[in-house]
Design a protein around this ligand. Structure first.
Ligand SMILES: C[S@@+](CC[C@H](N)C(=O)[O-])C[C@H]1O[C@@H](n2cnc3c(N)ncnc32)[C@H](O)[C@@H]1O
Length: 261
């Protein structure tokens, strides 16, 4: 059975991103709402919500936020005003906020949302790992545990450990893998605090943001000859030993990196 061993060199996610886009957007909205009100009072052509939206879109552009933030920032205050007109019960907003927080826990800092590996990724990983010998496998940010479940079903000798910090996916992952016994474990915590030293294969399906730091961690902790696999997000500036194109309809690719001594 794989046991959780804490990494002595934990990497604080926030260090790499002192001000994530979502906080920049919140500050920007806090500035643009009063500016929109003032502008509409001086120049009563547009409703203040539209003026605030236009200002927020412009500020988003000036601050160089990614393109999709322009639409989010421009539409935020007009959409908020429209939603308030609907007079929905406050508990609905609170419930939605809590529900989303439990699923997308920490996404503002980590910038890694929840989306799941495809069936094709599971098949390719199972083929790659093979069922011949015992392999110690880690899924960093295991989501709802679907991938762990698929792999353990296909590979009876796999020793698997998933780590996840979002409460709801973590609970689902535990429930999904409950019948696999001790060879499939799910831990609650940050992937940065997991020592990768005890694994033959480490898998990550995260986002471009953590890849440089994660690769450094893998090189520091994983044993020479072991395999680091990233789904869809290559390690910048490092040539993969192999790339497996997945027929998943999303253009997914498994990037395989062998740890060198
Ligand atoms: C894109 S999903 C991948 C889920 C799963 N590995 C799969 O392939 O189906 C990434 C997951 O990583 C989790 N995550 C992101 N940063 C994390 C961290 N620092 N520690 C633990 N989990 C993290 C997210 O909550 C999310 O569930």
């Amino acid at each position: 059975m794989l046991i959780y061993r804490a990494s002595s060199t934990a990497i604080p996610e926030a260090a790499a991103h002192p001000l994530p886009p979502v906080l920049t957007a919140l500050l920007l909205q806090a500035g643009c709402a009063p500016a929109g009100l003032a502008l509409a009072a001086q120049w009563p052509v547009l409703p203040w919500t539209v003026a605030a939206g236009l200002l927020a879109g412009l500020a988003s552009l000036v601050l160089g936020l990614p393109a999709w933030w322009l639409a989010i920032n421009a539409l935020f205050i007009p959409a908020l005003a429209l939603a308030l007109l609907a007079e929905l019960p406050a508990t609905l907003w609170l419930g939605s906020f809590l529900g989303l927080s439990l699923v997308f826990w920490g996404v503002a800092r980590s910038r890694v949302p929840l989306f799941l590996s495809s069936e094709a990724a599971g098949r390719a990983l199972a083929e790659l790992i093979g069922s011949g010998s015992e392999v110690r496998f880690a899924d960093l940010g295991c989501g709802d545990g679907r991938l762990l479940q698929r792999l353990c079903e296909r590979l009876p000798r796999l020793q698997a450990l998933g780590i996840e910090y979002a409460p709801l996916p973590r609970l689902l992952a535990g429930w999904r893998t409950r019948l696999m016994g001790p060879r499939c474990r799910v831990c609650w915590g940050s992937l940065w605090r997991l020592d990768l030293g005890g694994f033959d294969v480490v898998y990550a399906y995260l986002s471009p943001v953590p890849m440089p730091a994660l690769w450094e961690k893998a090189c520091r902790e994983m044993a020479p000859g072991s395999l680091f696999i990233s789904n869809s997000f290559a390690v910048p500036g490092v040539a993969a030993e192999r790339e497996i194109v997945l027929n998943d309809g999303w253009g997914g690719v498994l990037y395989l990196y062998r740890i060198r001594s």
